[in-house]
Design a protein around this ligand. Structure first.
Ligand code: GTP
Ligand code: MN
Ligand code: MN
Length: 609
């Protein structure tokens, strides 16, 4: 079967060309555009998006070369209940994932893809996650019928003609194939809308064949296939096979007043503070921070036996609400440089963007994310709680030079964090790697608007990877234990749990100021690594003595600090322990014995405390 589609170019890579032809025959686009990643192409596509009503160009005096988009109100977040891991064997998807066999899923989705690009352009985006100079470059190609996806991918990943040339030069290199359609064909009589999408959504992953099929959503996490789909779900399955790690982690470089450097990785569930910590502006005199990554870390052992992390992304896709001068000035500096896309935030009357808590004072008038007039009296937020800025990582003024290091940075400490109003102290240290893996495997957080579904419900989120583990969760936590066994324990990062979100049970306020003041917790961690800070043994782990957290210049009494650090043994024994037992029961026979032993140890420690 041949396609009528008009090609802009093609590829000498026979396998890739055959796949593109096959997809074109199935989806019947009007034309095929091979994305070269050039600035001219960006200009043409953003202009097209303005003309079609998807984009509003922002005032260039406020945000040069930047655009506002409002999605369909039903298409605002990742859709976890529509996300599938389609391994051959159901056991390999495990209890945390939805599963369908590859054959069944491909049959359902092939029907959906039939003619789905009618009236549209099919874009072919060659991309690489991580560095093109890496020993094993992690190539991908995304086919999409969304120009919004193309321009967003140009910000979020290294894309274009030079990547295609590298793929052609390495015909045996593995290339992850991603197929995406918004699922809104322009058949006879159907006119386009500003945000095409479908009520039927599937985000399907085929870990064995390293393929991704996405249908029906234009939202970032569902449609920019290099990010969550490839760099976390597919990559985690690759990492299991090849002895490395693909994790939902920020990477931060912290420099002390004496000039000592530490690299810290942190896994927090979506909308729980990774981007904010990655961009921290420390409130402690003499301490500086630089960002290496804000969402994804790929970690491999280096020749010296230490774990090295790279950030495979090229841009930042950050939660907008809550980002402001007082919380995250570095993010404000990054987006002010322009070249950015803002989705589901509000528009100001002078052609700029605004979202909740960007400034302490609310503007008198806005156009909200749904296109309605908005005033501070409206009684609804102007922006969707999961509205996002999409901006080039290199624009961040505190981006570390090490970001460009293809082999990454050696990690000294790993933080696990979540949103817990109660129980979990501000910070504590694991006793060893296996105990740290237990902390990660039992990580919990109140749900947020980053995924569709109820908000504020405590759920377990192993290593902040619950929605992103591309295989069996029991095998995944076991892989963490195996990584520990491959290494000399003294060279492994030390593992910590943090909780910026604990509340005062009397007035409900945050017990810890958070943001720039989180540097005080990082300082304690660095001093622990150096062997100079004090900690007390508790049944859950090693907690700072209240005096060992530097509160210089902070309006906080030692009693308040003690409240934030408290381990309430009874609360842990009566409330937390049963929840952890319930969680581990779900693993069935996939729970590693070592983690069952850690649970028994915690129980014994709580009972004898
Ligand atoms: P994803 O990009 O979805 O993976 O989320 P993320 O982990 O990067 O979350 P982000 O840093 O964007 O933070 C989400 C929300 O948490 C924002 O509204 C922040 O203002 C808020 N937040 C971040 N750090 C802190 C903190 O230290 N204290 C408090 N109280 N809120 C915080
Ligand atoms: Mn994330
Ligand atoms: Mn983020």
């Amino acid at each position: 079967m041949t396609t009528q589609a008009e090609h802009t170019t093609g590829t000498s890579h026979a396998g890739l060309q055959a796949w593109v032809d096959e997809v074109a025959a199935l989806t019947t686009p009007d034309s095929i555009h091979w994305v070269d990643g050039s600035d001219g192409e960006w200009d043409a596509l953003t202009t097209l998006l303005v003309e079609s009503g998807t984009f509003t160009r922002l005032n260039p005096d406020k945000k040069p070369n930047s655009f506002h988009a409002a999605s369909d109100p039903s298409d605002v977040a990742r859709v976890e209940d529509r996300t599938f891991i389609c391994s051959e064997d159901e056991r390999d998807a495990g209890f945390t994932n939805n599963w369908k066999s590859p054959a069944d899923m491909k049959s359902i989705m092939t029907d959906l893809y039939q003619g789905c690009m009618t009236g549209r352009t099919m874009y072919v985006i060659p991309f690489v996650m991580g560095h093109i100079e890496a020993d094993v470059p992690m190539f991908g190609v995304e086919i999409t019928d969304s120009a919004y996806v193309v321009v967003s991918m140009k910000i979020m990943a290294r894309i274009g003609a030079n990547v295609l040339a590298a793929i052609e030069a390495n015909p045996d290199a593995s290339v992850v194939k991603g197929l995406h359609s918004v699922g809104f064909p322009l058949t006879e009589g159907v006119s386009d809308v500003a945000w095409p999408c479908s009520d039927t959504k599937y985000i399907a992953h085929f870990p064995e064949t390293r393929e991704i099929w996405s249908y029906g959503s234009g939202y970032g996490g569902n449609a920019l296939l290099g990010k969550k789909c490839y760099a976390l779900r597919i990559a985690s399955a690759m990492a299991r096979d090849d002895g490395w790690m693909a994790e939902h982690m920020l990477i931060l470089k912290l420099v002390s007043p004496t000039g000592s450097k530490h690299y810290i990785a942190g896994a927090f569930p979506s909308a729980c503070g990774k981007t904010n910590l990655a961009m921290i502006d420390p409130t402690l005199e003499g301490w500086t921070a630089e960002m290496v990554g804000d969402d994804i870390a790929w970690m491999r052992f280096g020749p010296d036996g230490r774990l090295y992390a790279v950030n495979p992304e090229f841009g930042l896709f950050g939660v907008a609400p809550g980002t402001g001068e007082h919380t995250n000035p570095n993010a404000m500096r990054t987006v002010e440089k322009g070249n950015s896309i803002f989705t589901n935030v509000a528009l100001t009357d002078d052609g700029d963007v605004w979202w909740e808590d960007m400034t302490p004072e609310k503007p008198a008038h806005l156009t909200d994310w749904k296109g309605n007039d908005w005033t501070p009296e409206s009684g609804v937020p102007s922006s969707h709680p999961n509205s996002r800025f999409c901006t080039p990582a290199k624009q961040c003024p505190m981006m570390a030079d090490e970001y460009d290091e293809p082999n990454g940075v050696p990690i000294d400490a790993i933080l696990f964090g979540g949103r817990r109003k109660t129980t979990v102290p501000l910070v504590y240290e694991s006793r060893d790697w296996a105990h740290g893996v237990f902390i990660g495997a039992t990580l919990s957080s109140e749900t947020t608007a980053a995924a569709t579904g109820a908000v504020g419900v405590v759920r377990r989120d192993p290593m902040a990877m619950l929605p992103f583990i591309g295989y069996n969760a029991g095998d995944y936590v076991n892989h963490w234990l195996e990584i520990g066994k491959q290494a000399d324990e003294s060279k492994l990062p030390k593992i910590y749990q943090v909780n910026w979100f604990r509340r005062d049970d009397e007035d409900g306020s945050f017990l810890w100021p958070g943001f720039g003041d989180n540097a005080r917790v990082l300082k304690w961690i660095v001093e622990r690594l150096d062997g100079s800070a004090e900690a007390v043994e508790t049944p859950v782990g090693l907690v700072p003595t209240p005096g060992s957290i530097d509160t210089t210049g902070l309006d906080m009494s030692e009693e308040q600090v003690a409240k934030a650090l408290a381990v309430n043994v009874e609360e842990w024994r009566e409330k937390e322990l049963p929840l952890i037992e319930e969680w581990f029961a779900k693993f069935g026979d996939t729970l590693p014995t070592q983690l069952a032993d850690e649970l028994a140890t915690l129980k014994a420690r709580l009972e004898s405390a």
